[in-house]
Design a protein around this ligand. Sequence first.
Ligand SMILES: [Zn+2]
Length: 93
Amino acid sequence: MVVRMRVNRSKTGKRRSHHGLQKARVSTCACGALRQSHRACPNCGKYNGRVAVDIVARAQREQRRTKKKQKELRESGQSSETKETKETTAAKA
Ligand SMILES: [Zn+2]
């Protein structure tokens, strides 16, 4: 970098003085769980006294997805394992 463009440490420090991270604004929900302000509660799914997120449906969906992923992983792992074992047994015999 050309010296003409160089910013001194004081300027750099002043600019970076605003770069610090701030704590998340946290409040307590009516159900007692901590929640971020201006966000729906992750525990009961309520926002401003009404239900905004269907927590039960979301949990079921996530369970279904994890099950599907695990099943796919298992199937892929088994197929590769069986192939490997067959190959190794063939090599041995
Ligand atoms: Zn809540």
